[in-house]
Design a protein around this ligand. Structure first.
Ligand code: SAM
Length: 305
């Protein structure tokens, strides 16, 4: 059960898609003064060192955040514009790396906490004993008191008690590891229950695009759920493709290649109205930096009005 550690994957292409989208959502919601409740149902450890430990073993960030950062530096040197949401994401990452070299990567709780205003609250669920301990320690060091709460229990179950938020404004990130097959139906059940309790909240679900029937079905079922409950949704996918020796474009699209995950998606319910345009500008730019030669693609699909 506890074999997944996000430290192996921190800053990879999936984190780029997830965190760029999450940051754009929170920025938009933060434009109104009313208090926001932000919930991360699967928080991970908080911040990650990219230059040592698990992250260095896997080196996934080399083809993710580090490539994106290099592309941004090249663009800046050529006085070329960078999409606003990409620049915002990279500047957020840079905040944790004073000398400009990215050694520390902020996971979703850390991205969320940089945007907290005094009236906002952040609730973080994490069940892995080691990661929950790391997260609690880092949160304590921030000294934000009761504004940030780490809950060492399942986010799927724990979310219920937090909805609707007292201010009726909130955003929920649902980012399981999908280590267990049961995570797939649990996402749908959790989301349906949450939408009944708090229909106007913004919900962002990350999902992998891999060769598993449950994974293929999830993207489709998420769309159907939003449509059935009459909530607007947006689905954004980023597929970084393969090296020529690794496979064909068709295999990449299906997630049926050998090797690591190359594609993932973000499903957002009640998205900010600005999000589709921001992602349509940002994803091709990000993909130009992250893509391998075969089968790379991006898409942004909103629900029909
Ligand atoms: C993909 S990682 C989270 C990464 C993090 N959201 C980020 O973007 O930085 C998934 C995390 O969920 C934890 N986890 C697994 N099942 C859980 C559950 N039912 N409730 C809360 N956390 C869970 C895992 O231990 C792992 O740390």
């Amino acid at each position: 059960m506890f074999s997944y550690r996000h430290a192996f994957h921190a800053g990879n292409h999936a984190d780029v898609l997830k965190h760029l989208t999450w940051l754009a959502i929170l920025r938009y919601l933060g434009q109104k003064d009313t208090a926001l409740q932000i919930v991360d149902t699967h928080a991970g450890a908080g911040q990650y060192r990219l230059d040592q430990g698990h992250a260095r073993t896997s080196a996934e960030s080399d083809a993710g955040i580090l490539r994106l950062m290099t592309a941004a530096e090249t663009a800046a040197a050529r006085a070329q514009a960078i999409p606003h949401a990409v620049a915002d994401y990279l500047n957020t990452v840079k905040q944790f790396n004073a000398d400009g070299r990215v050694r520390v990567y902020p996971g979703s709780p850390w991205i969320s906490q940089t945007l907290l205003r005094p009236q906002d609250k952040l609730k973080l669920f994490e069940v892995h004993p080691t990661d929950a301990k790391l997260l609690s320690k880092q949160v304590e060091e921030l000294g934000k008191g009761k504004q940030i709460e780490v809950l060492r229990r399942s986010g799927f179950d724990g979310l219920k008690a937090l909805l609707p938020p007292p201010s009726r404004r909130g955003a929920v990130l649902i980012d399981p590891s999908y280590e267990l097959k049961t995570d797939y139906p649990a996402v749908l059940d959790c989301l349906e229950d949450a939408l009944k309790r708090f229909p106007t909240g913004t919900y962002a679900v990350w999902y992998p695009i891999i060769a598993r029937p449950e994974a293929h079905a999830l993207a489709r079922k998420l769309k159907a759920l939003g449509t059935r409950l009459q909530r607007p949704w947006l689905q954004a996918e980023l597929n970084v493709g393969l090296l020529p020796e690794e496979g064909t474009a068709a295999k990449v699209a299906q997630g049926q290649h050998h090797g690591g995950m190359r594609a993932s998606g973000m499903h957002v319910i009640n998205p900010p109205f600005t999000l589709a345009a921001q992602l349509r500008e940002s994803l091709p730019w990000a993909l130009a930096a992250l893509r391998e030669p075969v089968g790379a693609s991006w898409s942004v699909t909103p629900s029909s009005p």
